[in-house]
Ligand binder design. Structure first.
Ligand SMILES: Nc1nc2c(c(=O)[nH]1)N[C@H]1C(S)=C(S)[C@@H](COP(=O)(O)O)O[C@H]1N2
Ligand SMILES: [Mo]
Length: 301
């Protein structure tokens, strides 16, 4: 690896790179999207990225339930009680019910994923998440035949979330993915950052991370997951539908109605740092592009 940001070994460190490549080639055939290949994909896309500092990641946030300023979440999110916590999984699943965080952590294998993170506001970071593939949780719940989408909902507690006393968004914050996006091996549920429990301002105790989509798809502090055959409503689409579509894939060739999406500012890059080009699907084009084959990405923005 080209960098070392702490002394913690990860699963990828335990796999010599040549062995990893060989395995990936093997997986390329019949088992292309099998579990082992899946774990490799997150790595392949991200192994040369240098993460932002812990301070950048935890002091510059969007979490409107705690205020709209970038430093409001870090100041206010300590008010959120994150234990006990459970996620209600329902809809078109075989095993609906409340899944406690203890149950989830017991059942899932936590790994590190270093991903680019691109906000629609045109800033970006690189974040070393700890988490598990959303597919593993959905498989635990047992997705039923005919399901097409997954809906997500953030906690809504007016007493713990001062921002929700104002009608900035139609609370609770909600999001959605197509089922194939939700099941994709790059899509994770994050429970940690830099090998520490995920801070409240970043979406404790459990949040979604979809690295090829604008940041607002990565919904925080999730209390409900619903598998459905209907396209779910999403918070920002409800608020400003012509600006924020359902898909929200990072795309430098489709500008926001009010600003360009061609470049981005890397948070922590310094006052005089040059903006960097935004990458198609935020740099995950090889893994992701096939999901949208034949779709007009300007219409389905
Ligand atoms: N519930 C909830 N989830 C949310 C948001 C929010 O306001 N409320 N903001 C989104 C936006 S716009 C971004 S860019 C990311 C920011 O994640 P970070 O603060 O961990 O970088 O969270 C997303 N998830
Ligand atoms: Mo964002």
């Amino acid at each position: 690896m080209a960098f070392r940001w702490n002394n913690t070994l990860t699963r990828a460190d335990a796999t010599p790179y040549d062995a990893y490549l060989n395995r990936r080639q093997l997986m390329g055939g019949a088992l292309g999207l099998g579990l082992v290949g899946a774990a490799g994909m997150g790595r392949a896309a991200t192994s040369d990225l240098v993460p932002n500092s812990y301070e950048d990641i935890t002091q510059y946030n969007n979490f409107y339930e705690f205020g709209t300023g970038k430093d409001d979440p870090a100041r206010n999110a300590h008010m959120l009680t994150t234990s006990p916590w459970s996620v209600e999984i329902g809809g078109m699943v075989d095993n609906p019910g409340d899944y406690s965080m203890e149950q989830i952590m017991e059942a899932m294998t936590i790994e590190e994923r270093i991903y680019r993170f691109r906000c629609v506001e045109a800033w970006s970071m690189v974040i070393p998440w700890n988490g598990f593939e959303l597919a593993d949780l959905l498989n635990l719940a047992g997705v039923q035949e005919g399901a097409k989408y997954v809906a997500f909902e953030t906690a809504l507690r007016k007493d713990e979330m001062p921002g929700t006393r104002f009608p900035i968004l139609d609370w609770p914050y909600v999001e959605g993915l197509r089922l194939d996006e939700a099941m994709h091996p790059l899509t994770i549920m994050a429970t940690g950052i830099y090998d520490k429990p995920i801070p409240n301002q970043n979406g404790a105790p459990i949040r979604l991370v979809v690295p090829w989509k604008y940041g607002y798809k990565s919904i925080k502090s999730i209390v409900r997951i619903t598998v459905t055959d209907q396209q779910p409503p999403t918070a920002w689409n409800k608020a400003l539908g012509h600006e924020y579509g359902f898909y929200s894939n990072v795309n430098p060739t489709v500008d926001h109605p009010r600003w360009s999406q061609a470049t981005e500012r890397l948070v922590g890059g310094g006052l005089f740092a040059k903006r960097q080009p935004t990458l198609m699907f935020n740099g995950y084009e090889d893994e992701i592009a096939s999901l949208y084959e034949g779709m007009d990405l300007r219409v389905n923005h």
